[in-house]
Structure formats: structure tokens, C-alpha cells
Design a protein around this ligand. Structure first.
Ligand code: NAD
Length: 343
């Protein structure tokens, strides 16, 4: 495969390949842009079918982190790492310690935290080797509930923009993926009276969240076409594509998953279909805002205030997209690019 000319490589400052024979570690650290500050981004552990998929994932995720930090007004750049392997079988504290040494060697240019497949305990193991890590037990811990809180703020702001009310009582929300963020979002929406339909490829998890929140269940291949008002993708990325967008029945898409659009042009496809889309990196910035507390030195109250401002940005982007007849994802990209280009 090509790397320097790959579409997702655009603008990356550094991509580092890491191996450690003793622990079997194989990892990629992608640093997209540090114009605004050190690159902060989670470490995903996943059993990729092909090495090229891992590279593409790291590149796409790190790029999105640059945009996420810029739009959230944080003095941080964008980076991300992936560890190739099955979290259920290939994890060990030694592996994360070896990974921590690789992060430390970057001298603070990259700050790691948890992501899909990694946990607070894993980051604690990383912390034994480097201070450039967030989301540890002695710090803010698991950021997922704060990510879910941010998604809810974004969802309510968009719903208010569309309907004049941000009351979720009786609003039908379809949630795809009930992991750390999706399950937390389901609980919050259930407290607000939303009517939920939920789905996860892990059927036990789907069942327990459904029982807890009074949700109905849909199969993983049908959740995007559920008869609902809002679709919240909270699983893996690239779920909005040429096949799924024509099948959507919702008016709003707002969820936590990173890189929801399979291709950039799918932002326009959603607009053309009359579906309002809250750009993923805007909706899911709540966890980053929390993890950044240590690196940027602000307290929990300030983090809450910054999360609340996600609502203002949603309102601004939706209004501008309507005025200019453009996709919300394009507007968000331009605002973020202006910010890090200026820096
Ligand atoms: P997680 O691994 O805890 O949960 C993901 C869930 O999705 C799992 O339960 C999995 O079984 C399920 N899933 C996978 N494929 C599915 C499919 N096709 N249909 C239905 N369910 C499916 O991950 P998480 O931490 O909850 O993160 C969810 C998404 O949000 C990811 O894309 C992640 O990158 C993004 N995100 C997470 C955070 C955070 O704070 N955790 C922050 C920003 C963005």
C-alpha cells in the first residue's frame, strides 16, 4: 500500500510504528497536527483484519482529533494510536508498559488516553512509564460518561434548533452500540423520558441495557432504519454510507462514534435527504474536554462549562449550514481548519 499519498495521510506530522517482541506489542501512533498544542487522543485496541486497516484507522482517527480539539476551543492538537490485537486475548500490563515507553519517547508531543478496547487500568499501566497519559484512575478516570453527557448536550441543542424545544420526553431515539458511551447515553435519555430503541452486536449487553432503560431492541443491521426521530451512532465508525443513508427514517443524527461518515461526501448526502447531522467530533468532544483537564490545568467546573458550550457551537453550525445551503460537516471542518491554520 502507499502511505504518504494515501488520502487519510494528508497533513500528518508523524506516524510511528512500534513493536516490542517480548510482549507482542504492535502499535501505530499517528500525530496529525500539533499547531494548537500537544496531540491528545485515545489508544484503540482492535483485531484488525489487515494491517492496512489499522493504519487507515489511526490516520482517520488522529485527523478527527485535530478537528475535535480545535472546535472545542482546546489548546491541543490531534493524534491517536492503535494497538493491533484482540483486547480479550492479547492484553497484558507488560504490553501497556511497553506502549507507555513508546509514548514517553515522543517527549509529550502525544498524550494518550483510553478508547475502544482499552480501559482505565490499561492507562494506569501506561502511567508507570510516562506522564503523558490521561484518563488514569488517579486522574479523571473513564471519560465515557462525560462523552455521553456531551452527546446529550449536542442532541438537545440540535433538537431545540429544529423544533423549538429541547425536551426529550417522548422523543424516539435509536442508539447503535451500547458500550461505555452508548449505555451511558441510553440511561441519561431514559431519565429524560425519551423512548428508546437500542442495538448491540453483544446480545447480552443489548438485553441488559434494554431492561434497565425500558428500551425496545433492534437487530444490528436494522437499527439505522428504526422508526425514530433521532439516530445516535455509538458503535464503530463509517456507518453512514450509500447503503444506510437512503434507509434512514430519522430527522436527526447525533451520536458518539468517531468518523461516522464513510466518506466526506456523505455529509452532503444527509443534507440532501433532509437529515440534520451533528458532526461526530463536535457531538463527542465531552470526553476529550474532561481528559484535557490535566494537560491544560482546569477544574471539573470549567470542564462542565466547556461541555455546555458544545450547545452554542451546534446552534451556530446548524444555522450557518442552513443559511449557506451546505452540509454541517463541511461547515464544522472549515471552522476547525481556520482555527488550526491560524495557529
Ligand atoms: P465500547 O467498545 O465500549 O462500545 C462499543 C459498543 O458497540 C460495544 O458494545 C460493541 O459490541 C458495539 N458494536 C460494535 N459494532 C456494532 C454494530 N455494528 N452494531 C451495534 N453495536 C455494535 O466503545 P465506547 O467507548 O462506548 O465508544 C463508542 C464510540 O464512540 C467509538 O466509535 C469511539 O471511538 C467513540 N468515542 C468514544 C469516546 C469515549 O469517551 N469512550 C469518546 C469519543 C468518541
Amino acid at each position: 500500500m502507499t502511505l504518504f499519498t494515501a488520502p487519510d495521510f494528508d497533513g500528518h506530522e508523524r506516524v510511528i510504528f512500534v513493536t516490542d517482541a517480548a510482549t507482542g506489542l504492535r502499535a501505530i501512533v499517528a500525530i496529525h497536527n500539533t499547531s494548537l498544542g500537544p496531540a491528545l487522543g485515545g489508544c484503540r485496541m482492535w483485531s484488525y483484519a489487515h494491517e492496512a486497516d489499522a493504519i487507515a484507522d489511526a490516520l482517520r482517527l488522529s485527523r478527527a482529533m485535530t478537528y475535535k480539539a480545535a472546535l472545542a476551543g482546546l489548546a491541543l492538537g490531534g493524534g491517536k494510536s492503535v494497538i493491533l490485537g484482540d483486547p480479550a486475548r492479547h492484553k497484558s500490563p507488560e504490553l501497556f508498559r511497553a506502549f507507555g515507553r513508546a509514548v514517553d519517547a515522543l517527549g509529550g508531543r502525544y498524550i494518550v488516553a483510553e478508547d475502544v478496547g482499552t480501559t482505565v487500568e490499561d492507562m494506569d499501566a501506561v502511567r508507570t512509564q510516562t506522564s503523558h497519559v490521561g484518563g488514569i484512575s488517579a486522574g479523571v478516570g473513564d471519560p465515557s460518561p462525560k462523552t455521553a453527557a456531551g452527546v446529550l448536550i449536542a442532541m438537545k441543542a440540535a433538537w431545540r434548533h429544529m423544533t423549538g424545544s429541547d425536551c426529550m420526553d417522548g422523543v424516539r431515539v435509536a442508539i447503535q452500540g451500547l458500550g461505555h458511551v452508548g449505555a451511558s447515553l441510553a440511561r441519561m435519555l431514559s431519565v429524560e423520558g425519551a423512548r428508546l430503541v437500542v442495538s448491540d452486536i453483544d446480545t447480552d449487553r443489548a438485553q441488559s441495557v434494554a431492561v434497565e432503560t425500558g428500551a425496545t431492541r433492534a437487530s444490528p443491521d436494522a437499527i439505522h432504519r428504526a422508526d425514530a426521530d433521532i439516530f445516535a451512532p455509538c458503535a464503530m465508525g463509517a456507518g453512514l454510507d450509500d447503503a444506510t443513508i437512503p434507509e434512514l427514517r430519522v430527522r436527526l443524527v447525533c451520536g458518539a462514534a468517531n468518523n461516522q461518515l464513510a466518506k466526506a461526501r456523505h455529509g452532503e448526502a444527509l443534507r440532501a435527504r433532509g437529515v440534520v447531522y451533528v458532526p461526530d467530533y463536535l457531538a463527542n468532544a465531552g470526553g476529550l474536554i474532561e481528559v484535557a483537564r490535566t494537560a491544560l490545568g482546569y477544574d471539573a467546573a470549567e470542564a462542565d462549562a466547556r461541555r455546555a458550550r458544545i450547545a452554542d457551537t451546534v446552534g451556530e453550525i446548524l444555522a450557518r449550514a442552513e443559511r449557506e445551503g451546505r452540509a454541517t460537516s463541511d461547515i464544522a471542518d472549515r471552522i476547525a481548519e481556520e482555527r488550526f491554520a491560524r495557529a
